[in-house]
Design a protein around this ligand. Structure first.
Ligand code: ZN
Length: 465
């Protein structure tokens, strides 16, 4: 059976699923309709679906087949707050202030469904043997869903994991990503009239400011690649009221989980010192974290092979007009992307608005580290993991934007989604056909861990929401 044909046959069904999830636009841990939509479809396709994951009502694990190898895909389906958008090339929310798929996870979740269904058909026909799984992983934007699922042991028996993310390029996502620890520091002081008796007040906002100052000094003395970012939350008060409550919300990112952890612990000491200095109290609310992503080169090479065996995506005139209109909404972004492609791959795309090639593997790119984070990191520490990107937007795009939300409901995004499903399924098929690849991938993972056991960033008893 031909994977491309299997996906083509069910194309309408997949587009409907992706569009429904796009319409639901549910944020992390609230993706009830989106998760159910995927589970219903999987049950209809003959998968055994466990949607009763303790503490994670919007997670699921679906499975088809039996025995080894066990090759898994993952679905994400959470939206982002405030990014509701119509399928049009100018900013206009579908519902004012509502969430929207500004990271394209409706496409992400459905392409993985398509890949799992395609592999199921091959198992069903007897062409390959083993088990295919689809993990429904909630709240990717909060960077905790998969970390909790790993901690629960749900990935323990998997042999290889394959995934993707909508992007501006067709490529293997061969770059590691950063680990992150996040926490909110809640300060409680004592209010007073700021002019009449400030000596009776203890300002929670002063504590936040001192924490931020200390964090900004800390930056100089952390390993390269470590970043700190924060925002502050205070009661809406006036300058003549000493603030009783104030919170600083921090993300600490680093190229390795243990570095992120140690800098985070230093930040906690800064937070406590700020409370001491201001005579206020601080409560540290650990909000979660995830490990850095360890890409598996062995599997990546087969994903690349699978990608190169596919036909490139072609676009209609109407779709090209849409891409052209969208490009105008992000001045300067097209040139920046085109320059990046030239510097990364030596390919001139100056006359192109959207990626029309499959990028070669790059030894340089894989040695850099993305400063953002992905919760697949924790999975990659225990199972060989690899992923691809497929162009679902034009070169001119901004992450987490209304433009992404518009593309994610448009046929340009849907075409990328279907291609991603095809590439992932073709890559997985290669692993089913030659389990020695999996042995080599596991050996590679063992080497990159260097004997260090996996440590979850989450403490015992952690609850994600
Ligand atoms: Zn995303």
């Amino acid at each position: 059976m031909n994977i491309k044909d299997i996906i083509k046959d069910k194309e309408k069904e997949f587009i409907d699923v992706a569009f429904d999830i796009w319409t639901y636009a549910e944020v992390g841990y609230k993706e009830f309709k989106s998760s159910k939509r995927l589970c219903d479809c999987l049950r209809e396709e003959g998968f055994k679906v466990n949607s009763d994951i303790p503490g994670l009502p919007t997670a699921f694990v679906a499975e088809y087949g039996s025995g080894r190898p066990i090759v898994a895909f993952w679905s994400e389906y959470d939206a982002l707050p405030g990014l509701s958008q119509k399928v049009k090339a100018s900013k206009e929310p579908s519902v004012e202030g509502a969430p929207g798929h500004g990271c394209g996870h409706n496409l992400l979740g459905t392409a993985s469904l398509a890949a799992a269904v395609a592999i199921k058909e091959l198992i069903k026909s007897g062409e390959i043997k083993g088990t295919v799984r689809l993990y429904g992983t909630p709240a990717e934007e909060l960077l905790t869903g998969k970390v909790v699922m790993v901690k629960m042991g749900l990935f323990d028996d998997v042999d290889a994991v394959i995934g993707w993310h909508p992007e501006r390029l067709n490529m293997v996502m061969e770059t590691p990503t950063s680990a992150v620890y996040q926490a909110k520091f809640h300060y409680k002081g004592k209010t007073a009239h700021a002019a009449v008796d400030p000596w009776n007040g203890r300002s929670a906002l002063d504590a936040v400011e001192l924490l931020n100052i200390s964090a900004n000094y800390l930056r100089e003395h952390v390993p390269p690649g470590t970043t700190l970012h924060y925002s502050t939350i205070t009661d809406p008060l006036a300058p003549n009221i000493v603030p009783e409550n104030a919170t600083a919300w921090y993300f600490v990112r680093a190229q390795k989980r243990d570095v992120a952890k140690s800098v985070y612990e230093r930040l906690v000491r800064c937070a406590k010192a700020a409370a001491e200095m201001t005579d206020t109290n601080v409560t540290v609310e650990f909000c979660g974290g995830c490990s850095d992503y360890l890409p598996n080169r062995t599997i990546e090479k087969y994903l690349h092979k699978a990608m190169e065996s596919c036909d490139p995506i072609s676009y209609t005139e109407e779709e090209m007009d849409f891409i052209s209109e969208m490009t105008k909404t992000l001045p300067g972004a097209l040139e920046a992307s085109q320059n990046q492609v030239r510097s990364d791959y030596g390919i001139n795309v100056n006359d192109k608005l959207i990626c029309d090639f499959f990028a070669p593997l790059s030894e340089t790119k894989r040695k850099t580290c993305i400063t953002g984070s992905m919760d697949i990191g924790d999975v990659s520490y225990i199972v060989p993991t690899a992923q691809i990107n497929i162009a679902c937007y034009g070169y001119a795009i901004a992450g987490h934007s209304w433009q992404v939300a518009a593309y994610a409901g448009h046929s340009v995004g849907m075409k990328g989604m279907l291609k991603a499903g095809e590439v992932m399924a073709k890559g997985a098929k290669l692993l089913f056909e030659d389990p020695e690849i999996i042995d080599r991938a596991k050996e590679e993972l063992k080497e990159s861990l260097g004997g260090k056991p996996y440590e979850s960033p989450l403490p015992e008893g952690y609850k994600p929401f």
